[in-house]
Structures are given as structure tokens and as C-alpha cells.
Design a protein around this ligand. Sequence first.
Ligand code: TRP
Length: 446
Amino acid sequence: MAQRESWATRTGFILAAVGSAVGLGNIWRFPYQVGEYGGAAFLVVYLLLVALVGFPVMMVEFTIGRHTERNPVGALKRVGRGAWTKIGWVFIAAGFVILSYYSVIAGWILRYTAIGLQGNYAAGGAGEQFMSVAGGMGSVVTHAIFMAAIITVVAFGIQRGIEFSVKLMVPAIIALLIGLAVYAGTLSGAGEAYAYYLSPDLGTIAANWTAILPAAAAQAFFTLSLGMGVMITYASYLGEDRNLAKDGAIIVALDTAIAFTAGLVAFPVLYTADLTDVVDGPSFIFVSLSEAFSNVPFGGILGAVFFAIVTIAALSSAISIMEVVVSYLIDEHDVDRLPATVGLGIIIFLVGLPVAYEPNGLNWLTVYDGFANSILLILGGLLLAIYIGWIATDLGLDELSKGIQDLGSWGIVWIWTLRIPVIIVLLVVLTQNVIGYYDSLMGIFG
Ligand code: TRP
């Protein structure tokens, strides 16, 4: 059994977890979800889900991880009984699928960084430009470059590779995004953008909640890296003196603040450019936002900065997904880190090829993303909530209370939040997402 290292510094764990949380979810996905689901209405529902569902589920992953000191498959084998020992497989499957397309999108973002540096984004031709980046051999090559980068970092080991890289990345992301948000605030469309993004209308939420809720829940899980054992794995390297609730609160707050700030950049730029043909969906930051950048002063260089931030953020997130699958092979099958990382990296690269190659469309992306994000992650979170909420309650409470002197009745509040509201919300969301996924498959293949 491989020896467990622990985090080298007190803040190492927080930085690594924030590095995992902050990624494409915050800056690629969040703005287009806000756009698709009505601006501030989505923002409100998303914030509620982060606090009332995301945070409690994060505590579940932390307690299981620190208690077992294992990768998620090993962790559940160790604490679970019967079918519970098998649910770790949901996590590994989710990790495979997510990383395979995550790397493809990160590759496109890398290309957009280069395009901005070379000059500017194609004003008027943003849609065509995106289609040429997002399909064919070019996209396969950038996917390969990104996977190679992940393999390199993870092969060096969790402590040296990951902790070092996120120490630089997280502060850089925060500083650059705040700078861009301040700049965006000076643009002429800022007022209108803030009205759209920041003033929720209860009527809109009430009328659309059946659409907003499942999307916002999937977004919350994705952006907090929940539902596939990343936080189990990271907490497995954590000492018993750490206050899990406090660390979790910091991680959730930073992740949410960064997504929120990404919106403060995207919407003012968009409103200022006054685009008539804004596209929502996965191509949003590539088409609408890049075109908007091409319309504002210094657009090329600002766009390059923006996409560079996203590239960095994507790298530290991708590393966390890879680390789950690699640590599983190391712990459970005694494979060495280097061959495990390289072998898995190649397989995941191959799994992502349809998404990378598909010319003139994003159907494979929809197929992969819908399955992993809106179904597997929610399912994983639901099972974990049931497990600690109803079955291994004592394990959860004991572990949570280590490192917290004044837990008081908060432990019980946490358990009861898991037991009823979290489980109900996740069941509703899962059902909706399965139906929605079936419909989208029919739309594509039917
Ligand atoms: N949270 C990351 C993002 O926002 C993506 C991510 C990393 C992730 N690890 C994960 C998503 C585990 C789900 C599960 O981009």
C-alpha cells in the first residue's frame, strides 16, 4: 500500500481544493448558464444550492476522505457494506468522462489565448472562427497538448506537483479577474449588465424554477468538484487537527466569488459590444465573448489575459480529476505513479477524441457533459448524502468534530440537512436531468 503523504503546509489543502474547484465551471460554464436561465434568477438559485446542498455534500466528502485516508473507491470499500462498497465506481466513471471532454475544452481555450496574443478575435466571424478551432485535427492537437500537461504535473506527485502549481495559480487568477472586472465596470454597458445580472425578480424564478433548479444544481456540483470523490481524495491527505467546516467554507466562498466575478467581467463586455446575435450554450465565451472583446478597446490583449486565466484554472482542476483516478490505481492496485498517470492519460485522451474531432458541432460535447455532469455527479452526491445522512451518521459526526472545539448542535443540523432537504432536492434534480438527457439524446440521434 502506497504511503500517504500529507499536505506540506496548512494552507496547502485549501489551495489545492480551491485549485480543483476553480476552473472551466466558473469561467466557461457559469456565464452561459446565467445567460441561458435568465440572469439574476439563475444566480440566486445557484447561490442557494451552493450553500444548502453543495456545502453539506462537501462536508460528507471531507469526512469520508479524512476518516479512511483512501481514494474514493478504497474509501467506500473500507467504510461501506454490501452495495455501498461499489459506489466508488460511479466516481471513477464520472472522472473518466469529465476529464476526457474537459481537456478538449481547455485545449480550445489555449487556442483562444494564442489568438488573442496574435492580434484579435474575428469581429463578425466569431462563429466560423470557433468552429475551425473546435473541430478537426487542430482541436485534437490542443486536446493532446493539454492532456500532456496534466500527465506531467500529476506524474510528479500530489505534494510537489499540485501544491506548488496551485500556490501560484490561485492568487494569479484572483488578481487578474478582479482587474478585468474593474475594467469591465468602466465600460458603457456596465449599468445595463449589472441590472440583468444582479437584480433578481422573484416572478421569473417562480415561473421557471423547474428549468433553473436542475441546471443550477448540476452547476453547483461541477464547480465545487463534488460528486466524484475529488474532495474525498484531497481530504484523505489531511491531518485531524484541521477544522473541516472552516476549510470547506473558505473553499466554497472563494469558488463562488470567482464565478461571480467572471460574470462581472462577461456581462458588461457583452452589453457594451451590443451584439445582436449572442449565442448561449457551450460556445458562449468563445463566440459571443470573444466577439465582444474584439469590439472594446485593447480587446485582443484583454481577451488573451482572460483566456490565459481560464487555461490556468482549467489545469489545476483537471489535475484534481486525474489525481482521483491515479490515486485509485496506486492505492488499490499498487501501480506506480508514473505508469498509472501515463496509461490513464492516454486512455482518457482517446475517450475524448469524438468531442475533440467532431467538425461543425458540439453534439458529442452535449452527450458527454450531460451524462457526466447532470447525471453521474448528482447521483454520486445523492448516494454520499444518503450514506452519511442515514447510514454512517456516527462516522460523519465523529470525523467532523475532530478539529472543531465548538461544534455544538451544528453536527446535527448538518445531518438533518443531508437527511431530508438535500436528498429531496437531489432526487428531484436527478429525475429531471435523466428526462432532459433522454430528450437531448433523442434530439441528436433520434
Ligand atoms: N470544479 C472544476 C471546474 O469548475 C471542475 C472539476 C474538477 C470537477 N474536479 C471535478 C467537476 C470533480 C466535478 C467533479 O471547472
